[in-house]
Design a protein around this ligand. Structure first.
Ligand code: NDP
Ligand code: 8X3
Length: 251
């Protein structure tokens, strides 16, 4: 039977690559994002695939509820939710960071992810079938200067993923937290509020992960036998590793 995947943030980067990967594997797609033109382009690109596109801001609970309520015939039974929509904003220290940026990250990366999960889970529980795949980050485990609230939102995603598994132990539903490191997408352009040269500098002299690398992993975790749950995948490019603990010395 053809399976259905719902991917948030499918207009760019990981989400877009996941949409293409699942389409190539013969899945039905429910794809969301705020940019209508990108959704249209994705729909045209995947014209051979059953695809339902929804212009959705994941921070809007009423819109999330409406999306789930109004899923068209054939798209209602979501087998896999890829909670991918998210962003980092700014890299300033906590004492000078922009509070609006903090709020946006919390609303998107935490609340949006919770809204989608809470609205789609009852159907999965009723069918005793499903898979929630959350897009965490190495920033949820390893601190770095300026990672303050972004990293904390991803630490939430890590613990929420674990707690979901405990709540769902009586079901066959799987939960996976994918934790990528340095990856080139629109992520840094968004983080630096559109400053492309600052974004390019992040990847200069590196070979970062590509969205297709992440899409391969997201698809792979759905292909293991049904009794197997890949709880966490931490993935970095070979050029990245964890830094040493920092020590500040007085001059
Ligand atoms: P991109 O900026 O390329 O893509 C982000 C996607 O999220 C876009 O499709 C965007 O769509 C969507 N999005 C952002 N805000 C909202 C919102 N309020 N409502 C709905 N959709 C939204 O970045 P990536 O592909 O790299 O990032 C995807 C996920 O991966 C994020 O959760 C990010 O934190 C995480 N991640 C990224 C890493 C990296 O280095 N790139 C590493 C580790 C994790 P639109 O603007 O159309 O709404
Ligand atoms: C994105 C990876 O290291 O820029 O989550 O925070 S990092």
């Amino acid at each position: 039977m053809q399976k259905t995947v719902c991917i948030t943030g499918a207009t760019s980067g990981f989400g877009r690559a996941c949409a293409e990967r699942f389409a190539a594997e013969g899945w039905r797609l429910v794809v969301t994002g705020r940019r209508a033109d990108r959704l249209k382009e994705l729909r045209d690109h995947c014209s051979a695939t059953p695809i339902h596109t929804v212009e959705l801001d994941v921070r809007d609970l009423d819109a999330v509820k409406a999306m789930v309520r109004d899923l068209p015939e054939g798209f209602g039974d979501i087998d896999v939710l890829v909670n991918n929509a998210g962003l980092a904003l700014g890299l300033e220290g906590a004492h000078e960071a922009n509070l609006d940026d903090w709020e946006t990250m919390i609303d998107t990366n935490i609340k949006g992810l919770c809204f989608l999960t809470r609205c789609l889970l009852p159907g999965m529980v009723a069918r005793n079938r499903g898979h929630i795949i959350n897009m965490g980050s190495i920033a949820g485990t390893y601190p770095y200067p300026g990672g303050n609230v972004y990293g904390a939102t991803k630490a939430f995603v890590k613990q929420f993923s674990r707690n979901l598994l405990t709540d769902l132990i009586h079901t066959k539903i799987r939960v996976t937290n994918i934790e990528p490191g340095l990856s080139e997408s629109e992520f840094s352009i968004v983080r630096f509020h559109g400053d492309k040269s600052k974004a390019d500098a992040v990847y200069k002299g590196t070979q970062p992960l590509r969205p297709v690398d992440i899409a391969d992993i997201v698809h792979w975790v759905t292909t293991v036998p049904p009794h197997v749950n890949i709880c966490t995948v931490e993935v970095m490019p070979v050029c990245q590793s964890c830094g040493p603990l920092a020590i500040h010395r007085e001059p």
